[in-house]
Design a protein around this ligand. Structure first.
Ligand code: NCD
Length: 332
């Protein structure tokens, strides 16, 4: 898809008539200023371990429905906590027992929730295009938040990754950020890429076995490596990614031990990066495959900070989307 088409899609699918974000489906097309505003508001909601979590009433009277058609631990729980901490009513649909398995279309499920005054629908699905499709069919006051769309997009993960990098490393322009693993099937990598590019990251490197790297025209400007030792040299940030076996045929699934030898983030390899490099992973982790346990739990790991930031980012996104939707309601 050309940039022009993507821009058009971005504008028609996630912005309201005044140009502000009404849905959050992708980070592609968001300006540096918009991303920075979202990161600043997220930072406002961050609390240190041991402190009570931030709370306000930005979503009082609103209802948030979580619809996860794919498994999720962190993302689903953090959307739920974020919505509750902003004073919203929250419903979690168990999609294995929902009417979709009885043949009801997704739109009928959406219309049912809308008729019960759900204002924000948080969706995760293996099918590309579903959030955009649903956004095109809901009433003007209803917002769609994409919580993971096939291999394409995971915008709140991209934001929480950017926030974690900013907290630990400061200015993006000075940084070399390495994404390593199964990039071909990773929505986390794509959303990280959109955020890192718009925020002016000095250098983005991508590394993995050739067949798990994205197509040559994706991640334009990123430096590609099939040798992780070379890719590690001088990196400030190393983000490991899970092998997305659920999106591959059995023939493409590598052997775990062999993969770890060549592409695992190990303590030995980490010595090749900058001494103060940070290690990230979106979870769920396969210890001993893409990352070893000593690195995941070691002093350079910021994996738990990513999880903490996930709640703050989702609070910021919910508060922003609902504020924008309310402003548009006044003028419509
Ligand atoms: C990721 C996802 O679901 O895309 N996890 C997450 O949201 N924290 C990554 C993965 O499943 O490997």
């Amino acid at each position: 898809m050309s940039n022009r088409q993507t821009e058009g899609l971005e504008q028609t699918s996630q912005r309201g008539p005044d140009g502000s974000l009404r849905h959050l489906i992708t980070l592609e097309g968001l300006s540096r200023e918009e991303l920075t505003d979202l990161l600043d508001l997220s930072q406002f909601y961050v609390r240190q371990p041991g402190e009570l979590p931030a709370r306000d009433q930005s979503l009082a009277g609103h209802t948030v429905a979580n619809l996860f058609f794919e498994p999720s631990t962190r993302t689903r729980v953090s959307f739920e906590l974020a919505a509750r901490r902003l004073g919203a009513d929250v419903v979690n649909l168990d999609m294995h027992s929902s009417s979709r398995v009885k043949g009801e279309t997704v739109l009928d499920t959406i219309y049912t929730l809308q008729a019960m005054h759900a204002d924000v629908l948080v969706m995760r699905d293996a099918e590309p295009g579903l959030p955009t499709f649903v956004a095109g069919h809901v009433q003007p006051h209803v917002s769609i938040l994409n919580a993971g769309e096939a291999h394409l997009s995971h915008p709140t993960q991209g934001l929480l990754d950017a926030l974690t990098i900013r907290q630990h490393k400061g200015e993006f322009g000075n940084l070399s950020v390495l994404l390593v693993g199964d990039l071909a099937h990773s929505r986390v990598a794509r959303s990280a890429w959109h955020a890192l590019s718009a925020l002016g990251t000095g250098e983005v490197r991508i590394a993995g076995p050739e067949h798990l790297l994205p197509a040559a025209n994706e991640f334009p400007g990123a430096v590609r490596f099939t040798d992780l030792n070379k890719a590690m040299k001088g990196a400030d940030v190393i983000m490991g990614l899970r092998i997305q076996t659920e999106r591959m045929s059995a023939a493409h699934i590598p052997d775990n031990a062999a993969y770890c030898r060549e592409f695992g983030i190990t303590a030995e390899r980490l010595k090749l990066a900058k001494p103060d490099a940070i290690v990230m992973h979106p979870g769920p982790m396969n210890r001993g495959v893409e990352i070893t346990g000593d690195v995941a739990d070691g002093p350079q790991s910021v994996i738990q900070a990513q999880v903490t930031n996930g709640v703050a980012v989702r609070m910021a996104v919910l508060a922003t989307i609902v504020r924008n939707a309310q402003a548009q309601r006044k003028y419509s």
